[in-house]
Design a protein around this ligand. Structure first.
Ligand code: ACO
Length: 322
């Protein structure tokens, strides 16, 4: 069996850090409320003029250095984002040019907060079907550009950043002991568009702002995330006991805790970065993977399940052995 095996990872966070307390000056909110309801303490915001493709390229270079690869080694580049610099061309082709990747192909995947999981599943399919051997998968977002800064129920929750993962085709025995992606599960249900969306785009000739019915998104999140994570375990023939790390989309600590509990896993087996990054949408999982690897939590051979849900609704999970 050809597996998509992790060859390296990296991330980039913009310099500017905003603590919860800074919102108290302009909004009817408190550090305590934000911490208690979301687990978020601070987030990074892109500098004026800094774009998604710029942050993505920085994360890409970090991952390439980690693997000891050159950009010209790559066959494919996928960027998961809902905040591409322009309507077109894709952020991925901009990153391709910026890092000096001169062959192969590049494209964006748009599944909002589930974008990185969707992009990983696509990269896995490209590798399994022999269309690419070396693939760069990036999640990158500048959600600060689509915030309504007068809406306290959304603008305190999001942040900017980018994370990147390199995948390489490798032959395995076809068992769950193989390194690489062992299972994927993708879902969407477009009937829920009104609970999480941006009220602008090509049809309105403006970028628009993120709108969210937080309580309703929350209600869907725990159940669907546990379900999709369990589906990947079942496909690979492993159980929750075998899992070393859950690396969830980092939207809200209470969703993360609720999902871990439903899976029967203690929080000591969950990589948590939401306190420092806020919700970075498609960037949150690769950021958490890279930070988790850097701080010694994630080691080669660890069995990891990632899961995410976001606008659409779109949700899914990927099981992989690091
Ligand atoms: N500071 C103080 N009070 C606030 C704030 C704030 N920043 N924001 C909202 N409130 C108020 C509300 O107005 C409400 O007041 P009311 O009871 O008088 O109406 C009260 O706090 C409680 O609001 P709830 O919405 O019930 O609070 P909840 O506990 O649900 O927490 C939150 C809100 C954090 C948004 C939560 O619902 C959540 O995390 N939802 C899921 C979001 C998510 O996971 N999104 C993931 C996908 S993101 C993507 O795809 C881009």
């Amino acid at each position: 069996t050809t597996r998509a095996v992790v060859a390296g990872c990296g991330h980039y966070l913009p310099e500017k850090v905003v603590e919860n307390a800074e919102f108290e000056a302009t909004l009817d909110t408190t550090d305590e409320w934000i911490r208690a309801r979301s687990g978020i303490e601070r987030r990074h915001f892109a500098a004026e003029g800094q774009t998604t493709s710029n942050m993505a390229a920085r994360a890409a270079r970090a991952a390439l250095a980690d693997a000891g690869w050159e950009a010209t080694d790559l066959d494919a580049l996928i960027v998961a984002t809902s905040t591409a610099d322009l309507t077109f061309p894709s952020a991925a082709t901009m990153v391709q040019a910026e890092i000096g990747m001169t062959k192969g192909f590049a494209f964006d995947v748009q599944a909002v907060c589930a974008g990185f999981v969707y992009a990983l599943a696509n990269a896995n399919a490209l590798i399994a079907s022999g269309q690419a051997r070396k693939v760069l998968v990036i999640g990158a977002e500048t959600f600060s550009r689509i915030m309504d800064w007068s809406d306290r129920s959304t603008c305190v929750l999001f942040g900017d950043g980018a994370g990147a993962l390199l995948l390489e085709a490798q032959e395995g025995a076809g068992t769950s002991d193989d390194r690489g992606i062992l299972g994927t599960d993708l879902n969407s249900d477009g009937r829920h568009r009104d609970i999480l969306y941006v009220d602008g785009g090509v049809s309105t000739q403006s970028t628009g702002h993120l709108r969210m019915k937080g309580r309703e998104v929350f209600r869907h999140a725990v159940e669907k995330l546990a379900e999709t994570a369990e589906a990947t375990l079942e496909k690979a023939g492993v159980t929750a006991d075998d899992i070393d790390w859950v690396v969830p989309h980092q939207a809200n600590i209470r969703i993360i805790q609720g999902t871990a509990k439903k899976l029967g896993l203690g929080m000591d087996r969950v990589v948590v970065t939401v306190q420092d990054h806020g919700n970075t949408s498609a960037a949150s999982i690769p950021l958490a993977l890279s930070v988790g690897r850097e701080n010694g939590q994630i080691k080669q051979g660890d069995l990891i399940v990632t899961e995410a849900i976001g606008g659409g609704l779109a949700w899914g999970a990927v099981l992989l052995r690091w």
